[in-house]
Design a protein around this ligand. Structure first.
Ligand code: 13P
Length: 252
């Protein structure tokens, strides 16, 4: 049985003090929940978020990370830096980073490898565009993204990886994939992982759905056979909505 995971991706929202206040508002619900709860915050918010989450079940995640250990990479943040402030997860390859910041399948893979080497759990994002879906290449595209992200990663390490299926057309649009559409692709991702690593790894790996998941539609999505949680943007910024989603995962 895979433990569900609810992760809020704040994106470029919340100052350190606003973030700490939001965490204080979700702490009680998170502590009572049977799922894992993660908040993915801007770099500058991470230390305050770790402090605010202290003594609770909430884990703190970065939204990105560089793949080199150190060096002349102005503006970048390394795994070691994240670890030192108490970060235990990082999002990798979000579609917004692929689209606006030239993230590629190659850098996604390098970052995934580096996160695992530093005991940081990578939440690797994959997802097709509307035109890819309309042209019938969703599964080909997702298989490619998954296989390239997991290159040079052992089965033992792959079990720790979280994959988030986030169809680009559903992100921030209010247009959610149906329960069946989301589950179909999540099941396909698991099948792809099975081909790469075998049944055990495939059955252990957590696969999330993201894209306009909210307090209303979460229960339906989280009840699906291959959806092990959610990566939530907009609705993770409002404590009552995020708490409703955490409770939906507990009840799923
Ligand atoms: P929304 O929930 O705002 O659509 O964002 C989803 C997302 O991109 C989470 O990473």
């Amino acid at each position: 049985m895979r433990k569900k995971l609810i992760a809020g991706n704040w994106k470029m929202n919340n100052t350190p003090s606003q973030g700490a206040a939001l965490i204080a508002d979700i702490k009680e619900t998170a502590d009572k929940a049977s799922c894992d709860v993660v908040v993915c915050t801007p770099y500058i918010c991470l230390p305050a978020a770790v402090k605010a989450a202290e003594g609770s079940k909430i884990a703190v995640s970065a939204e990105n990370m560089h793949f080199e250990d150190k060096g002349a990479f102005t503006g970048e943040i390394s795994a070691e830096m994240l670890k030192e402030v108490g970060v235990t997860y990082t999002v990798i390859g979000h579609s917004e980073r692929r689209q606006y910041f030239a993230e590629t399948d190659e850098t996604v893979n390098l970052k995934t490898v580096k996160a695992l080497a530093n005991d940081i759990i990578p939440i690797v994002c994959v997802g097709e565009s509307l035109s890819q879906r309309e042209n019938g290449v969703t599964f080909d595209f997702i298989a490619m993204q998954v296989k390239l992200a997991l290159k040079n990663i052992s089965a033992q390490d792959a079990e720790k990886v979280v994959i988030a299926y986030e169809p680009i057309w559903a992100i921030g649009t209010g247009k959610t994939a149906t329960d069946e559409q989301a589950n179909e692709v999540c099941a396909f991702i698991r099948k792809t992982v099975k081909e790469l690593y075998g049944e055990n790894t495939a059955n252990t790996m957590r696969i999330l759905y993201g894209g306009s998941m909210n307090a209303k539609n979460a229960a339906g999505l989280l009840a699906q056979s291959d959806i092990d949680g959610g990566l939530i943007g907009g609705a993770s910024l409002k404590a009552p909505d995020f708490c409703t989603i955490i409770n939906a995962a507990t009840n799923a």
